[in-house]
Design a protein around this ligand. Structure first.
Ligand code: SF4
Ligand code: SF4
Ligand code: SF4
Length: 323
């Protein structure tokens, strides 16, 4: 049944993401610091190109096919999320040893590939993508659950797992193409980002948005014509969902990186060729990203030559939450 309620959305400006992980830590401290959640990052920040978290999630399937049938993708293994080694703080910090006390040494962890990216120096490149549950308009996790344990709230579109109904079958984990439902082996139930609904209900923005030192996240209702989110997503159409081809209708939107450096020649002179290839951005956001980047650059040029731009003012707004 099509969703008819109100929808909260988040816009994340990738042009300004610092890759500082403050958002991840804010979420971790608030929601996933309990037993069974040690490996969970409801919010994570990954370097792209790269395998991300869980490892190679984009190749695991899920979402909907062109007929609207839910697809059951691959279940990530526990190792795909990375296993933290034991940290020897005493030896590492005070006795001149290594900080990781593990044998064998780990070969994979969350953010193992941080800042690696692709390409050859001096034209190698990467970008950061913060990721959380998209609170999709058509959630594959919800469609896949045989227990009807996942529901979408009419008042704000937040997608939640009813812990009283969940039996830990993990169809949701397989069906979410973003791999943003996670299994708690201690409680034997599935869990996910709750869009900080207890904060939202008090008019407070999500912890990951509030704590962001880059101030790159905006939150609001998509039908609130006064909200920055409405203006960026609906009015100006410069904020884009990640992997729209998965068919779930994500409600986390991204401003694609438009100020990236140019490639340079052997003497370091700019070549007027995008450092981050457009083909790569198309693989993330679809073909419309060309037009969006062209619009954003035109707005930037307007401001550079003394004009004004509502879009750039929105992206630098101090009034980022409309709750
Ligand atoms: Fe469900 Fe995944 Fe969409 Fe979140 S991102 S609502 S977990 S399908
Ligand atoms: Fe975590 Fe809240 Fe951000 Fe979701 S909205 S990732 S629960 S901090
Ligand atoms: Fe990017 Fe903000 Fe998260 Fe830092 S806190 S990684 S700037 S989204």
């Amino acid at each position: 049944m099509a969703f008819t309620g109100r929808q909260l959305a988040m816009v994340i400006n990738l042009d300004k993401c610092l890759g500082c992980h403050t958002c991840t830590v804010a979420c971790k401290n608030l929601w996933t610091n309990r037993k069974g959640r040690e490996y969970m990052y409801w919010n994570n920040v990954e370097s792209k190109p790269g395998p991300g978290y869980p490892r190679n999630w984009e190749g695991m399937g899920g979402g909907f096919d062109s007929y609207g049938n839910v697809q059951y993708g691959t279940l990530p293994t526990r190792d795909d999320y990375g296993r933290d080694p034991d940290y020897d703080y005493q030896g590492g910090l005070f006795e001149g040893g290594g900080i990781v006390d593990a044998n064998p040494q780990p070969t994979w962890l969350s953010n193992w590939d941080e800042d690696v990216g692709e390409g050859t120096f001096p034209n190698n490149y990467y970008m950061y993508i913060p990721r959380l549950c998209n609170h999709c308009t058509n959630p594959a996790c919800l469609a896949a659950c045989p227990r009807n344990a996942i529901y979408k709230r009419e008042e704000d579109g937040i997608v939640l797992v009813d812990q009283d109904r969940c039996r830990g079958y993990r169809y949701c984990v397989r069906a979410c193409p973003y791999k943003k439902v996670m299994y708690n082996a201690f409680t034997k139930q599935s869990e996910k980002c709750i869009f900080c609904y207890p904060r939202i209900e008090k008019g407070e923005p999500n912890a990951c948005a509030k704590q962001c030192p880059g101030r790159i996240r905006q939150v609001g209702f998509l039908d609130d014509t006064s909200a920055d989110v409405y203006k960026l997503v609906v009015q100006h159409q410069v904020a884009m969902p990640l992997h729209p081809e998965y068919g779930t209708g994500p409600n986390v939107y991204y401003i694609p990186p438009f100020s990236g450096a140019s490639q340079v020649d052997e003497q370091g002179r700019p070549l007027n060729v995008d450092r981050i290839p457009m083909a790569f951005l198309r693989s993330l956001f679809g073909d419309d990203v060309d037009g969006v980047i062209a619009t954003l650059r035109a707005e930037r040029d307007t401001v550079s030559s003394g004009g004004s731009s509502e879009i750039l003012e929105l992206l630098n707004s101090n009034n980022r939450y409309s709750l």
